[in-house]
Design a protein around this ligand. Structure first.
Ligand code: ATP
Ligand code: MG
Length: 352
């Protein structure tokens, strides 16, 4: 199968980790007889430097003519003082909005050989294998009115039935690819938007008799993420709750460098990027952990290209390299099993 991938490397360690991910995809293409065409575009700080725009027209056009987007990271101290319109992060918000990427998928899975890095007890962390599905384009971050005076301030939480339906549908579909369970998180005892949310989930579950559905209030879900995270499979929730819960869940594995993410819409088009940022402190040294970027590429194969075997093969290879005790510096301070970005990527290629 021939696929076009737009590669937006961005800033800091972005170029280093996307280079690793592209290498892995090239190996997968050879092994499984696919053709991936990689085309590079600018985003974030480097795009501001070149085009005076964090998301140039050229980049939008490139992405529009592609089947998926692989992104590194944006941002860095160099642009911190810029006005809002010329901030690297603006490029990321703009691209999600332009392509209507309403579903943010963040898998969190325990790596057996890294359980010592988890803040949770090993016997609690070891069973973690969940996917948080966060609504990304609606809710309180976008509702009007939104204003502040010296004496009062207002934010507005709005959801339409249609917005809820499309994210919940995504969650049900993902559950079918996983362990068949959906936990819908809301605050239906207080919020009207959550009452509608719960109603929609109840209606839609009729269409998925093979999927087990439970509702949890967000406060209780926040607690259970710590006390019994292994009980979650797919967690679906609105924008702000998802923002908070996905950050909470991300610390369970003990390393930001491990976590991939996807922002997708209904037709399969999506943007794939590590959860971590541009890590300016380690950029350019060749030591960044490319695991999150590589696992993001695996998500791209699974969710945008329907290449489940290929995706699982990459994930297995990464897991094996960790199990064999090979790490980058962020995961293990010293010893002869600490590798540079390139060396560690070669280990994964060896497994493939
Ligand atoms: P942003 O504002 O872009 O989200 P942040 O302040 O959240 O950035 P990150 O860049 O996500 O910070 O990461 C925080 C720190 O964790 C980095 O400064 C770096 O030391 C470390 N780190 C994150 N990702 C990686 C990685 N892939 N490899 C090595 N170290 C990493
Ligand atoms: Mg951050």
């Amino acid at each position: 199968m021939e696929k076009r991938v737009a590669v937006l490397q961005g800033d800091g360690i972005g170029p280093e980790v996307t280079e690793a991910a592209v290498k892995i995809l090239e190996v997968v293409a050879r092994r499984f007889n696919h053709k991936f065409q990689f085309n590079y575009g600018s985003i974030g700080g480097e795009a501001i430097d070149k085009f005076n725009n964090p998301l140039p027209e050229e980049t939008i056009a490139l992405c529009e003519s592609s089947d998926a987007i692989l992104l590194g990271a944006v941002g860095g101290p160099k642009w911190d003082q810029n006005p809002t319109e010329l901030r690297p992060e603006k490029g990321l918000l703009a691209i999600r909005k332009h392509f209507d990427l309403f579903a943010n998928l963040r898998p969190v899975k325990a790596v057996p050989s890294l359980l010592h890095a988890s803040p949770l007890k090993e016997e609690v962390a070891k069973n973690v294998d969940m996917m948080i599905v966060r609504e990304l384009t609606g809710g309180i971050y976008f509702g009007e009115p939104s204003r502040k005076t010296a004496t009062s301030a207002v934010d507005t939480l709005v959801y339409t039935r249609e917005e809820i339906e499309r994210i919940v549908e995504k969650a049900f579909e993902l559950a079918r690819l996983r362990r068949g369970k959906v936990t819908s998180v809301d605050k239906a005892n207080v919020l009207q938007s959550s009452k509608l949310w719960r109603e929609v989930v109840e209606e839609m579950k009729q269409g998925y008799p093979d999927v087990e559905v439970e509702h949890q209030l967000v406060d209780s879900a926040a607690m259970k993420l710590i006390t019994n995270p292994g009980a979650f499979d797919v967690v679906v929730t609105e924008n702000m709750f998802g923002d908070i819960l996905s950050d909470e869940a991300s610390v369970i594995t003990g390393s930001l460098g491990l976590l991939p993410s996807a922002s997708v819409r209904s037709d399969g088009f999506g943007l794939y990027e590590p959860v971590h940022g541009s890590a300016p402190d380690v950029a350019g040294k060749g030591v960044a952990n490319p695991a999150a970027a590589i696992l993001s590429a695996a998500m791209m194969l699974r969710y945008s290209f329907g290449m489940e075997t290929e995706a699982a093969t990459i994930e297995k290879a990464v897991e094996t390299v960790f199990e064999d005790g090979h790490f980058t510096a962020d995961l293990s301070g010293d010893g002869d099993r600490v590798h540079s970005t390139k060396e560690w990527t070669e280990k994964v290629i060896g497994e493939l």
